[in-house]
Design a protein around this ligand. Structure first.
Ligand SMILES: Nc1ncnc2c1ncn2[C@@H]1O[C@H](COP(=O)(O)OP(=O)(O)OP(=O)(O)O)[C@@H](O)[C@H]1O
Length: 246
């Protein structure tokens, strides 16, 4: 169970209270600047000095050491900037530093993530020489190789083509079905509606709605948060939306 209590960050996040159970895929949605990345980076320990409490099972994530945090969670940040030409295979190894598992287990997790994200032919390449979408796949493989019970992904589908967007959403869904808690920031509300078990809707740093997608993606909430009106198109293949500005 993840429990957020009065979670705040000056000028960016205001008194967020929320509980989510393991085994759920939770989408964090909201307009640009609404606080999605702030929320995920506080939980991940990447943004310090937040107020309030973040409890994961019995651990207080706001006051864990970085090494303790690595035993609990894997975090994909919104942006990764690469300056050094590190090989993809070395990045995968580095992602597992300080994870307390046998080398055979870590190796199996790396192999699994290489297969899932089709990295076989990229392993000897330098990260700086890959396209934006290829870099994103490598970073997703790195968090998969960590295999933590709490997974935080900030816009994981950004810069991915349609095939890989669906692959990533299918993968996140599978991770939640394995019993992990997955928090994912998304801009694509059709993907959020189709895949997520529950949604958190942020607006100007406030949590204005939470619950199942059909409870959150209401005309009133979408008008308040995004200033749009939406027609939903649903069939057995998935969900699409037609939006217009209000
Ligand atoms: N490094 C920073 N210093 C100061 N303010 C920041 C910083 N990063 C973000 N902010 C501000 O915090 C607020 C929330 O930003 P955040 O990045 O969390 O939003 P977001 O919902 O993830 O947006 P986007 O969809 O554009 O990625 C915004 O008002 C933003 O301007």
């Amino acid at each position: 169970m993840l429990e957020l209590t009065n979670l705040s960050y000056p000028k960016r996040l205001n008194n967020v209270n929320y509980c989510a159970s393991a085994g759920r895929l939770v989408g964090v949605i909201g307009a640009n600047g609404s606080g999605k990345s702030t929320l995920l980076s506080i939980i991940a320990g990447a943004l310090k000095k937040a107020n309030g409490e973040v409890k994961w099972h019995s651990d207080d994530l706001l006051h864990c050491s970085p090494s303790e945090q690595r035993q609990q969670l894997a975090y994909l940040a919104q942006k990764n900037e690469f300056r050094e030409p590190v090989r993809v295979s070395d990045l995968l190894l580095t992602s597992q530093v300080n994870i307390k598992e046998s080398s055979a287990t870590l190796s199996a997790w790396r192999e699994r993530s290489i297969d899932e994200f089709h990295l076989g032919n990229l392993l000897s390449r330098a990260i700086t020489e890959l396209s934006g979408g290829e870099q994103r796949r490598v970073m997703l493989a790195c968090i998969y190789a960590m295999n933590r019970s709490l997974l935080l992904a900030d816009e994981p589908t950004a810069s991915l083509d349609l095939h890989y967007q669906l692959l990533v959403m299918d993968w996140l869904k599978a991770m939640s079905k394995e019993g992990k808690l997955v928090l994912v920031a998304l801009h694509d509300l059709a993907l959020a509606a189709q895949y997520c078990d529950e949604l958190l809707l942020l607006n100007e740093g406030q949590l204005i709605a939470s619950g199942e997608p059909n409870q959150v993606l209401t005309d009133t909430n979408l008008a308040a948060a995004y200033k749009v009106s939406v027609d939903w198109l649903c069939n057995s293949n998935g969900v699409a939306m037609l939006a217009r500005r209000l």
